[in-house]
Write a protein that binds this ligand. Structure first.
Ligand SMILES: O=C(O)CCC(=O)C(=O)O
Ligand SMILES: [Fe+2]
Length: 305
């Protein structure tokens, strides 16, 4: 589904756009199946190690991860995109429906930025009040290095289950992206003194829809007070050739009108690039609030991908 001119205008006016129904349930299925298989394998492994007593094999996708995480705090280890490196998730990163939507904002030459996360947000009541997926107010710009200052990076936050106020969908501030960079403290949190006095908007979106955001749009997310997991995947895209702000992690071409052969379709190459990058860039700090001289561990030489 192509974005209409009205939607493109709205994105530029508000700094975000909620787009419903990009992907059908059938189009989400490969990713959900892959995640379910990973969860099942991890559950069996931890069960064999005696760290989980109940496999909850019959629980639905929206519930099972929470039931397992509640039994074992280390359950989530390795679940993010670059650690799991699943083939179906890799293919999802260049799903034609996502490309069609994004081309309205980016054009016909698109790379996937390496800032990409899978977020299973469990109910806050099972986290002793420390839900790591309750994200403070920030701009995504704050987690890129200065090399990306001139890059228009679009965040594409895809809901794998309905994202609602109850399960902790995002909150966004409309129109504030026009102010550019706001002062951040403590990693990626907007300095309370720099918080714009703007009424936030709830970015609820049904599964298969996405929230598109500018890198300067302040956003946060709230507690999950529902009984299920708020599953989402947040990806970032930009015009091919523009710096990503994470030169030490792999970006790759996901769409090209001028040279379709340049699209990376080989899963093994993508996975191996991540394996090498994670090894080479161990300890590297990506927050802007980290002084430049402290971002790269002493003696470390970075390799670009
Ligand atoms: O998923 C969330 O609640 C917040 C994610 C976020 O900050 C992002 O996608 O940039
Ligand atoms: Fe963010």
């Amino acid at each position: 589904m192509k974005l209409s001119q009205a939607q493109v205008d709205q994105f530029h006016r508000d700094g975000f756009l909620v787009v419903e129904n990009i992907l059908s349930d059938a189009e989400l299925k490969p990713v959900i199946d892959e995640l379910s298989e990973w969860i099942d394998a991890r559950a069996k492994q931890l069960h064999a190690e005696g760290k989980i007593s109940d496999l909850h094999a019959d629980a639905p996708f929206e519930r099972r991860y929470a039931l397992l995480q509640a039994q074992c705090q280390e359950f989530d280890s390795g679940i993010d995109i670059m650690h799991m490196r699943g083939k179906r998730v890799f293919e999802f990163l260049r799903h034609p429906k996502l490309m069609e939507t994004l081309s309205g904002l980016i054009g016909g030459e698109i790379i996937c930025n390496p800032i990409q996360h899978l977020r299973p947000k469990v109910p806050t009541k099972q986290t002793n009040g420390k839900n790591k997926e309750v994200i403070p107010w920030h701009q995504d710009h704050s987690v890129t290095w200065e090399e990306a200052d001139a890059s228009d990076i679009v965040t594409c936050w895809v809901a794998l289950v309905d994202a609602t106020p109850e399960n902790g969908c995002m909150l966004v501030m409309p129109g504030v992206h026009k102010q550019g960079e706001l002062k951040h403290i403590e990693g990626a949190t907007i300095d309370p003194a720099a918080m714009p006095k703007v009424e936030p908007v709830r970015a609820a979106v049904r599964r298969g829809g996405a929230v598109l955001m500018s890198k300067y749009t302040p956003h946060c997310s709230t507690d999950n007070v529902s009984g299920g997991v708020r599953w989402s995947v947040d990806l970032r895209y930009q015009k091919t050739g523009t710096p990503t702000g994470r030169p030490f992690y792999p970006s790759f071409v996901v769409h090209s009108d001028s040279n379709p052969k340049s699209v990376l379709t080989d899963h093994a190459t993508w996975a191996n690039n991540w394996i090498a990058a994670l090894e080479n860039a161990k300890g590297v700090q990506w927050h802007r609030t980290t002084p430049k001289e402290k971002r790269i561990p002493a003696g470390k030489k970075l390799v670009a991908y």
